[in-house]
Design a protein around this ligand. Structure first.
Ligand code: UDP
Length: 327
């Protein structure tokens, strides 16, 4: 199978590229390296290019006969999306439409899209299933939701079938220790807490202690990057076997508060972690937990690395490696 992975040099994309390689697929990574890393592409070919360049995409599709496209390339920071919506709509929407247009031209009919829990907005109930209303509260969530809404039209006109996978909080690192999270700047809780443990940063700020949760800090559903990749692999099979377009929420179904994550990191690392209590971060819902029973029933997906300690252990192995290589 020839698979195009857009954004294959990024955090989740690079884990996917590695997995596809082990499954015997021919993988082509297309990435502009704006935030990805060329040395994270451990399988197949890396083509450096931007999704804004429709002609470069046509050349790529001409060269390879792709069976399917997985699309991870996007901007992901909620706060930045509020400040710079044009940039988010351009990259996450317009550039994705370029990709879909070229897929249609070359009759590539299987598309797996990285979507997000942010398409739901403020939860009306938890755990959040696929029937939950989608009312995103920031440009990042809206940019992903716009693509989700466009895809049925592509299915109708071009017989393009898609699976949108709405990630809750992707975390962890490659169990083999070869890949991990390398965002610049890093904004995600688990890598930041571990940087505070390793000494790469002074402390961790807890954004808000007055939420309506048992300990007052926000609750999230952390899902191992390897389990996310497994869901993509199963989604690919599902489409190849004639499955209809469908969207799935991906999480473990269990929520952990910011304080619980910090406590887990203390237990896993055995290090002192300095905690600073700060005010709320704009746009953070109190509680986001997934109901992933649809993915389990339809795709046969089951998270294998669901334990928060395992997720933190793998991320800690990666953080420790970063510290050792930077010394
Ligand atoms: N968070 C925090 N301190 C940080 C980074 C994040 O307290 O330095 C909190 C954030 O407010 C949220 C949770 O940790 O409640 C997870 O945030 P993250 O940015 O990792 O993912 P998000 O939920 O925004 O996708």
């Amino acid at each position: 199978m020839n698979i195009l992975v857009c954004g294959g040099a990024g955090y989740i994309g690079s884990h996917m590229v590695k997995m596809l390689g082990t499954k015997g697929c021919n993988v082509v990574t297309f990435d502009n390296l704006s935030s990805g890393h060329a040395d994270a592409v451990l399988s197949g070919n890396l083509v450096q290019g931007c999704l804004s360049n429709t002609q470069a995409l046509r050349d790529l599709f001409q060269l390879y006969q792709f069976d399917a496209v997985m699309h991870f390339a996007s901007y992901i920071q909620v706060g930045e999306s509020v400040q710079k919506p044009a940039m988010y709509y351009q990259n996450n929407v317009a550039n994705t439409l370029n990709l879909l247009q070229v897929m249609a031209e070359f009759k590539v009919q299987h598309f797996i899209f990285s979507s997000t829990a942010a398409t739901f907005g403020e939860p009306q109930y938890t755990p959040i299933d696929e029937q939950h209303p989608q009312q995103p509260i920031n440009p990042y969530g809206r940019s992903k939701w716009l693509i989700e809404q466009a895809l049925p039209d592509f299915a109708h006109a071009y017989a393009m079938k898609s699976v949108c996978l709405r990630y809750f909080n992707a975390a962890g690192a490659d169990p083999d220790g070869k890949l991990g999270e390398r965002h610049e700047p890093e904004t995600h809780l688990i890598p930041l807490v571990l940087q505070a443990a390793s000494g790469r940063r002074k402390n961790i700020s807890v954004f808000g202690t007055d939420y309506d949760t048992p300990d007052g800090t926000c609750i999230r559903d952390y899902i191992h990057v390897q389990d996310l990749c497994e869901a993509h692999w199963l989604a690919l099979h599902y489409l190849q076997q004639g499955g209809a377009s469908q969207n799935f929420n991906l999480g473990n179904g269990q929520g952990f508060s910011v304080k619980q994550v910090i406590d887990t990191a203390k237990a896993v690392t055995g290090k002192h972690i300095e905690v600073v209590y700060a005010s709320r971060r704009a746009g953070d819902p109190a509680r986001l937990v997934a109901d992933s029973s649809a993915a389990q029933a339809t795709l046969g997906w089951k998270p294998m690395l669901a334990d928060l300690s395992t997720i933190v252990q793998h991320a800690w192995a990666w953080e420790s490696k970063q510290v050792a290589t930077n010394q």
